[in-house]
Design a binder for this molecule. Sequence first.
Ligand SMILES: Nc1nc2c(c(=O)[nH]1)N[C@H]1C(S)=C(S)[C@@H](COP(=O)(O)O)O[C@H]1N2
Ligand SMILES: [Mo]
Length: 411
Amino acid sequence: MDRFDMALATATGRRRMLAALGVGGVALAAPALAQELARLGFRGARDERPLTGAFPGKGTMILQRATPPLLETPMSAFDGDVFTPNDRFFVRWHYADIPSSIDVGTFRLKVRGAVGRPLSLSLARLLRMPRVELAAVNQCSGNSRGFFSPRVPGAQWGHGAMGNARWMGVRLRDVLDLAGVRAGATAVRFGGLDRPATPGAPDFAKTLALDHARDGEVMLAFAMNGEQLPLLNGFPIRLVVPGWYSTYWVKMLDDIEVLTGADEQYWMAKAYKIPTTPQANVAPGTKDFPSEPINRMVPRSWVTSLAPGQTIGFTPTIPLGGIAMGGDHGVARVDVSADGGRRWHRAALGPDHGRYSFRRWDAEVPLRGRGRATLLTRCWNAAGTAQPMVANWNPGGFMRGVVEATDIVIA
Ligand SMILES: Nc1nc2c(c(=O)[nH]1)N[C@H]1C(S)=C(S)[C@@H](COP(=O)(O)O)O[C@H]1N2
Ligand SMILES: [Mo]
């Protein structure tokens, strides 16, 4: 257990913590500490949520919902390596009807639609194809939705509906070439083994434009951080769409359909739509606006070396560390402030694992004195896009990208 988990465990009480780990993801009482911090107005101190260790292949996670599972990664898990451990990687499913095991011998990936040769590929066949590996952040479109103000409906995620991994698999392009995409094809739709729990509900399926699907980066991944995918993260294979929000990263992928027209089904035509405005931003309350399917991610950054509400002793300067992501471009620069943005300091960037990966940053930042200190981090990506200082708003609670504030106490 690391120090943030320890803080939560202390706050919930040892017995409750142990109960949370034992009883199948049942919600438990809120820790008093987080409530007290929220009452005092500490930004980011909203971790009133129970922890669970009851899900297969997963360590201690923040329980958003048990069925279908929504498990959030505690921020502390991002402070070690820039790669998120598989057993701490967040989990999100739309429907509860998810296979609890997969027969790797009989599993087949279908490739059908506008192709010359429809395919039914075994895992053994896929494993014989040329492999690629790429580091990429998988982030839910609604990550950080719980910070939207005014509030919006949907899972009230903190910042932990994201994770970074080294994905290994085969290029989608190579699989499409095996099947031979026919002239007139425009898009490719992806479906998984999960099924709607209620009859008539639309099967979860997402679509990419053909050129995107064939860009050589979009991957059918069978490994994550050097191991097979955890069942809840899409075993045996999932789509990886580098730089794009994870709604497209279809898990337990078993169906690829090449289309000759637009995908008019619910999950593309109605769900996950954002305003076409800069930063997908509209005035709070706005409902009618031109919209498009959510797509590329934006730069973001966080302090991970200190937790919101944490108390530290005064020293003239303090070390701060955290992670940044550039969205669909690499991280070019991170600036840090310990005084709410009056003075900014350039952070040193850690090793570059590629444009789609988290990047570690570290800085030594002066403190003004005792009392509350507001820590800010701001990332620029290689395309020159900086995190905005003012939060965006849209009714879906999508694409939060604002410079985040973490309040700590200097004693
Ligand atoms: N088959 C399937 N794939 C899916 C989903 C789903 O409900 N079913 N949800 C998507 C969404 S919205 C998210 S945020 C990611 C979550 O990926 P993870 O659970 O591996 O973190 O899976 C995506 N792929
Ligand atoms: Mo998502």
